[in-house]
Design a protein around this ligand. Structure first.
Ligand SMILES: Nc1nc2c(ncn2[C@@H]2O[C@H](COP(=O)(O)OP(=O)(O)OP(=O)(O)O)[C@@H](O)[C@H]2O)c(=O)[nH]1
Ligand SMILES: [Mg+2]
Length: 397
């Protein structure tokens, strides 16, 4: 699940972290080589002559693998006592001025602050990586607008941040995680069991979406979930159009040991739903789950059929069932169904087959509708409440 998105985000974090640690090393190296421009250079020269022959091999022995620039760093710090000794012995070199001493101290604290302290993320450093990341998000099916706004958001969150050395990777990870959790969270999200608990009986839920998205299978999963929570559930075979749709629903009803209200193929779907609601009222049923035939968002006649059902039945919830593998096409479908019929929430199916994952990141933001559940397989138990933390933690861990 989401392997491509996971790989791209992890790759970006790794590149960014590498870049920051390179910058860190470079900064330190620069400070070492050229700490306080020319005074530093003079100082290093002075040190080279002042330090006794003996002290140099000692430094090298301690850190034999250090490069020349790094050795220079140690010079202003360690040889100090020897410096004084030499002077005390009456070297011909002039005494260091007060200014030089101050500079000496300044260099040490600067280097120390870099070595032990923080690094700052600057816009120029991450610009290239961030724009590559935008392309990678689009490749992972994240909608263009969402990628753009994510990148802007990310830049705002990162640039100017001072991060303790060694914590860069974790900081970037947590920043991206937080940003993505916010992106996919929607205040209008709800729990079906809670709805069933507080609703006037029966709670009427209508499922809609394009062909083959997983409507009928998801209805059976939701029925299973509600039954486990002790609700009385019936199904309504209001897909009177597709061959074998009624039989498919009956098989689920038999397995779940619940009633399926049906009529013949070609009957008015609204009449089937009406029968089901009446049956539920007469039998103290808590929830009616209404299947509908799959239809494209562009098919006006079939959309009118749904509008009629909406008017007559007045469902409490209209749930759009969309397969996450459909990519960005799903966004325009949801928007059109929402405009025509009105949608309360989305159930994204087939996440187990979705290698990309971008749809999950895009759909809530683009439609402003909550994803309420996700389908993760063909079994009745393969339905999970949509949990932004869990989803994002599966992508970034
Ligand atoms: N892997 C996987 N397969 C799923 C999931 N949900 C549904 N399916 C499969 O998708 C196929 C179509 O599912 P249906 O429930 O018949 O879809 P539908 O939207 O009712 O289709 P129509 O009635 O033809 O419009 C079936 O083979 C299901 O088993 C899921 O979350 N994961
Ligand atoms: Mg179906």
């Amino acid at each position: 699940m989401f392997d491509i998105l996971k790989k791209k985000i992890t790759g970006f974090i790794d590149k960014l972290t590498k870049k920051e640690s390179e910058k860190e090393t470079k900064d330190v190296a620069e400070k070492k080589v050229n700490p306080e421009p020319q005074i530093k250079e003079e100082k290093l020269q002075e040190k080279k002559t002042e330090v006794t022959e003996k002290s140099i091999p000692e430094i090298k022995k301690e850190k034999p693998e250090l490069k020349a620039s790094e050795e220079k760093l140690e010079l202003p710090v360690k040889p100090k006592p020897q410096e004084i000794k030499i002077k005390e012995k009456g070297t011909t070199k002039p005494e260091k001025s007060e200014k030089q001493r101050q500079v000496d101290f300044g260099i040490i604290s600067q280097v120390k602050s870099i070595v032990t302290g923080q690094i700052e993320i600057n816009k120029q450093d991450i610009k290239g990586l961030v724009s590559d990341f935008e392309i990678e998000l689009i490749e992972a099916d994240v909608a263009l607008e969402v990628s753009e706004s994510l990148i802007k958001d990310l830049e705002n969150r990162l640039v100017g941040q001072k991060i303790r050395r060694g914590e860069v990777n974790n900081f970037i990870k947590e920043t991206i995680k937080e940003m993505l959790i916010q992106l996919i969270s929607n205040k209008a999200a709800f729990d079906i069991n809670e709805k069933a608990k507080v609703s006037e009986k029966p709670l009427k839920i209508m499922f809609l979406g394009i062909n083959g998205a997983g409507k009928t299978t998801t209805i059976a999963k939701i029925a299973n979930l509600l039954i486990k929570n002790n609700f009385k559930v019936i199904l309504a075979s209001a897909d009177t159009f597709r061959a074998a749709a009624i039989e498919q629903m009956q098989i689920h009803a038999d397995r779940l040991k619940i009633k399926n209200i049906k009529r013949d193929y070609g009957s008015d779907p609204t009449a089937v739903a009406y029968d089901a609601v009446n049956h539920a009222r007469a039998n103290s049923i808590d929830v009616v789950l209404i299947d509908t035939a799959g239809r494209q968002d562009t098919n006006t006649n079939l959309l009118n059929e749904l509008k009629k059902m909406d008017r007559v039945i007045k469902p409490d919830l209209k749930l759009y069932i969309g397969e996450s593998i459909a990519g960005n096409a799903i966004i325009s479908q949801v928007l059109e169904f929402n405009k025509q019929i009105g949608i309360d929430g989305i159930i994204l199916t087939k996440l187990d087959c979705d290698a990309k994952g971008g749809t999950v990141l895009s759909i809530s933001k683009m439609t402003n509708l909550p994803i309420v559940y996700i389908g993760t397989g063909q079994g009745y138990e393969d339905l999970e409440k949509f949990d932004p933390d869990k989803i994002i933690s599966a992508i970034i861990n």
